[in-house]
Design a protein around this ligand. Structure first.
Ligand code: PEP
Length: 253
């Protein structure tokens, strides 16, 4: 029998918070939802704040995530951070292929695949982001784009490893815009992603993998989005920067 999918809420703090601000926010999250065991929860601060946030969440049920990783083990890659470096500071999750990485920093389906493989090899749990732009949706290309992103990310990745990943469906037009996908749009896209996963792996795999929704999720719309049958949590940007708002999303989950 398949295990029910436990909801998973992750906060992507992006390029926000100095170290003091990060610790304060992390403590706020711990105070609000740190003892919650019904939902998996992670916070993903900037690299410079990982150690301090790791200390602040110690002993709670909040896990630590990073916002990106490089696929090479070590060497002359100025500005990059490796999987081993993340592991060494107790990072458990890593966001890969965020649309901001794709749009501004040349991330491709191929680099997402390399990062996902490297992260899995190091025992990190990738949160693989996919999603179409507004033009792509309006041109009727949502499925084509998302399918290519999912197939690209998991190319050559064996089933057991892939199962430790989470997919975040994040329509680019909904990220940071205040315009969220409707619960029905989100659920439709998630169900589509499950169909692709069933083709790549199998039905049990597709039913087991967690798919988060991301894009202007906030306390006011979280209940409806999270109430959809194929929505297994959220990747939260703006609303993750206030402990009360973040908690207001974790609670309905
Ligand atoms: C994100 O960038 O992952 C995100 C979902 O942002 P926001 O919640 O601000 O739309």
């Amino acid at each position: 029998m398949l295990m029910p999918r436990k909801k998973f809420i992750a906060g992507n703090w992006k390029m926000n918070t100095t170290i003091d601000e990060a610790v304060e926010l992390a403590k706020g999250v711990v105070a609000a939802v740190g003892d919650c065991t019904d939902v998996d929860i992670a916070v993903c601060p900037p690299y410079t704040n990982l150690v301090a946030v790791g200390e602040a969440i110690k002993g709670s049920n909040i896990k630590l995530g990073a916002q990106d990783v490089h696929w090479v083990e070590k060497g002359a890659f100025t500005g990059k951070v490796s999987c081993a470096m993340l592991k060494a500071v107790s990072v458990e999750y890593v966001i890969i292929g965020h649309s901001e990485q794709r749009t501004y920093f040349g991330e491709t389906n191929e680099t997402v695949n390399k990062k996902t493989k490297a992260a899995l090899g190091a025992g990190l749990k990738p949160i693989v982001c996919v999603g179409e732009t507004l033009d792509e949706r309006n041109d009727g290309k949502m499925e084509t784009i998302v399918e290519a992103q999912v197939r690209g990310a998991f190319e050559g990745i064996e089933r057991d490893g892939a199962l430790t990943c989470t997919i975040a469906y994040e329509p680019v037009w909904a990220i940071g815009t205040g315009v969220n996908a409707t619960p029905e749009q989100a659920n439709e896209a998630h169900a589509f992603i499950r169909r692709i996963l069933a083709e790549i792996y199998d039905d049990d795999f597709a039913q087991s993998m967690r798919i988060q929704y991301g894009g202007s999720m906030k306390p006011g719309n979280a209940k409806d989005l999270l109430g959809q049958s194929d929505v297994d949590g959220g990747l939260i940007g703006g609303a993750a920067l206030k402990a009360d708002d973040f908690a207001g999303i974790v609670k309905p989950a």
